[in-house]
Design a protein. Structure first.
Length: 255
């Protein structure tokens, strides 16, 4: 069982430590907005067909960078932090304190979810103000929130899973990025795939959770069809990640 009081207590210190390292926080928040500006400047003047709808690329990239922000916070950053803290002996030392390990890890997940939520809100607000992008409302907003929560928890579970197979902290940046960067391209995060993408690209993208997560997030911005099967695929990958993490994740340094 997770001790709620101690989880919230640890969450406070996790949040303080995060914002007392402004350079790290700056890059976390700067990358999605920076990519949004760059991609819209280079490609944002065009339209393309997506699920039978004519979509403007500026609005597309607002949705895509919101998805990227969550993946960055809940998968990339969390996997690296867990690996570094394991090899620095921090996770091991936590086991020798009154703080339950599950409470400590839960605080990390909640903090990642909060950062992801802030990233999505900032990206959406920036897109609305600068590019007049449509925002989710009504039932679309509810479905958007469901996909956000399922995605945040699932990518966090996958972060713990991948950190458990990283041999040491030095290898963390390379291994974490190699597991996600190709999928960001193959899933239409950085480059819109549209209805005329190569068959093999669409097929590979559908095997992994990023494409399904992005599709669910995009529906709120673009008005494309929302498929609950996308939520199911993301949740399934999260369950697999949780099972791997439960079996392999430990606090023992590997240095």
């Amino acid at each position: 069982m997770i001790n709620l009081r101690r989880t919230l207590y640890q969450l406070r210190f996790t949040n303080l430590a995060y914002w007392r390292n402004p350079s790290s926080a700056l890059f976390t928040f700067a990358f999605p907005l920076m990519f949004l500006v760059i991609f819209t400047a280079l490609l944002g003047r065009h339209t393309f067909m997506l699920d039978g709808r004519l979509v403007h690329q500026t609005t597309y990239y607002v949705a895509a960078m919101a998805s990227y922000g969550l993946i960055s916070a809940c998968y990339v950053n969390l996997a690296m932090v867990m690996t570094f803290q394991r090899d620095q002996g921090i996770l091991k030392r936590v086991q020798g304190t009154p703080m339950p390990s599950m409470a400590y890890l839960a605080a990390r997940v909640i903090h990642a979810l909060a950062v992801a939520a802030l990233l999505v809100v900032l990206t959406a607000a920036f897109g609305r103000i600068v590019y007049q992008a449509d925002l989710p409302t009504g039932m679309a907003l509810i479905r958007f929130v469901v996909m956000f929560l399922v995605g945040a928890l699932s990518f966090s579970a996958m972060a713990f899973a991948v950190s458990s197979i990283i041999p040491n902290a030095d290898a963390a940046p390379a291994l974490v990025n190699i597991t996600i960067m190709p999928l960001l391209f193959l899933s239409g995060i950085f480059i819109p795939l549209g209805d005329h993408a190569p068959t093999w690209v669409a097929w590979v993208g559908k095997l992994f959770p990023v494409r399904h997560f992005a599709a669910g997030m995009q529906s709120g911005f673009l008005g494309t069809a929302f498929n609950w099967s996308d939520v199911g695929v993301v949740a399934l990958w999260g369950a697999v990640g949780l099972a791997v993490a439960a079996r392999r994740f430990d606090a023992e340094p590997r240095v």
